[in-house]
Design a protein around this ligand. Structure first.
Ligand SMILES: Nc1ncnc2c1ncn2[C@@H]1O[C@H](COP(=O)(O)OP(=O)(O)OP(=O)(O)O)[C@@H](O)[C@H]1O
Ligand SMILES: [Mg+2]
Length: 248
């Protein structure tokens, strides 16, 4: 009996089908969200609690000491501790999408925008749908994380006066835009530095969506994320998603 064996080139690429790769990165993102949730819970329940106990004990000491010098030192320590607790709270809030889960996407977006406006003095503009039917949880987390990162970038890099967050729902897709009228940037800058934009692009792609960036030096930045969208948590097939687009 003769068996014919097809020659396989030694350099044959070992590549997973596109749908498998998309599914894999979707799973990775899920695992990453789980891990963030666990870390934020531990920071809250362990580190946060320990700092509060420390605070309580320092206050007791401050009340008991007769020495003005010691009291002043304890007040200094309390100041440092309060700043640390405040920083820890911000870290916990960034790590965990609890606002999203408790109050929904629109409130989570409003809060992010309000925080940015408060810390930078920039003028916010929100264009959000009047009614938002909760979407697939992964899509909501992706939108929330993208707003977080894009607004963080606006604060860190743009020196803008105004910024806008726009969310639009059409029949089968949702479009998120974060726009500012600040410094803009060049294609080179985006490739050399940072993980933020790359992470956003990968997150969108994992859900069968795309990200577009329009920017020019001195003329502001517009980040657009489009994702396949289905109301009430009905999942869309990620591989049936939108075409990839790149930096324009
Ligand atoms: N809104 C913006 N205005 C001006 N420049 C921006 C804006 N968003 C991004 N950039 C530029 O694009 C680069 C890449 O952004 P990205 O978010 O990927 O990285 P990063 O913010 O530098 O670092 P990381 O997000 O990892 O903390 C930034 O370093 C900055 O030069
Ligand atoms: Mg960034």
């Amino acid at each position: 009996m003769s068996v014919s064996v097809k020659a396989v080139p030694k350099t044959a690429p070992i590549a997973a089908p596109v749908s498998e790769a998309v599914e894999l990165s979707r799973q990775l993102l899920k695992a990453q969200e789980e891990e963030r949730r666990r870390i934020s819970r531990e920071l809250h329940d362990e580190t946060g609690q320990a700092l509060m106990v420390l605070r309580f004990q320092l206050e007791l000491l401050a009340g008991e000491t007769q020495s003005e010098e010691v009291a002043a030192k304890i007040r200094e320590a309390l100041d440092v501790l309060d700043r640390t607790i405040e920083g820890l709270r911000r870290t916990i809030a960034r790590l965990s999408p609890r606002v999203l889960e408790e109050f929904g996407l629109l409130t989570a977006i409003r809060r992010q925008a309000k925080l940015l406006a408060k810390h930078t003095g920039m003028k916010p503009r929100l264009e959000l749908p009047e009614n938002w039917t909760p979407a697939d949880h992964d899509v909501e987390v992706a939108l929330y994380r993208s707003v977080q990162e894009a607004l963080h970038n606006v604060a860190k890099h743009s020196q803008a006066v105004n910024f806008t967050v726009r969310l639009e729902v059409a029949s089968e897709k949702v479009t998120l835009q974060i726009e500012d009228d600040g410094a803009g940037f060049s294609r080179r800058a985006a490739h050399i530095r940072g993980f933020g934009l790359t992470g956003m692009r990968e997150r969108a792609a994992a859900l069968g969506g795309l990200m577009r960036i329009r920017t020019e030096r001195g003329k502001g930045t517009n980040i657009q994320i489009q994702l396949p969208w289905a109301a009430n948590g009905r999942k869309q097939n990620a591989t049936r998603g939108l075409q990839h687009a790149s930096l324009k």
